[in-house]
Design a protein around this ligand. Sequence first.
Ligand code: KIV
Length: 263
Amino acid sequence: MKWTPDKIKSLKNKDKWIALTAYDSITAKWSDDEAVPLILVGDSLGMTALGYDSTLPVTMDDMLHHTKAVTRSVDKALVVADMPFMSYQSSVEDGIRNAGLFIKDGNADAVKIEGGIFRSQLIESLVNNGIPVLGHIGLTPQSIKQIGGYKVQGKTDLDHQKIINDALAVEESGAFAVVLECIPKKLSKKISDIISIPTIGIGAGPDCDAQIIVISDLLGFTNKSLPKFAKYYVDICSLSRSAIQRFKNDVLNNDFPNDEQSY
Ligand code: KIV
């Protein structure tokens, strides 16, 4: 069964579910094989694979390249392509044109847009033009220069209400689900209770409908320490370093290649 935006919406108020990011065919296939309903080709690509320290330098070309790699190996999950910084901020027209490229060339099923009330017009236009949208509110990393750092959002009464209004606006504009990033757990519970589309939390506590994690954090496939809200379930970094050392030792000791690996 291929996941569609409507099927994702129908998960609201049912059992919890998970979403994962992917940037390549191999990990995307692992998640698809494990029946993960939604795979996000996140612009976290910038930090997880391209060596940048934020998402801001990531381009449409970067995102299209990795979206194609992911969609080539996914049969069932809904693949969402993250719209990179400045691919939609300049105008609704640019947003529609670039989102269209993800659907036409990247074979993505939907796009993700950061922002709430301010993005209503774009979300509505995309949906009216047949492009499903995943919203993203709370901490929006593409606005990091404005926010001044990767900080928890919605701590004051004013911010709290602003994020609720953003969630309502994203829902009303026609998004099929919304990512809540780095907000207090009470706030994400409140939002999850009042909106009718699924909430997908990252650093937003346990009461969201779903949880998403960056695959590189889950696998420990990183050179950096993890954010407080992430957790690794396997330490690929240590395993890989030890594999590299063992390969080197084998070669130096004339143990690789041996007869088994030779013609
Ligand atoms: O780019 C990304 O990986 C994201 C997730 C953190 C939701 O936007």
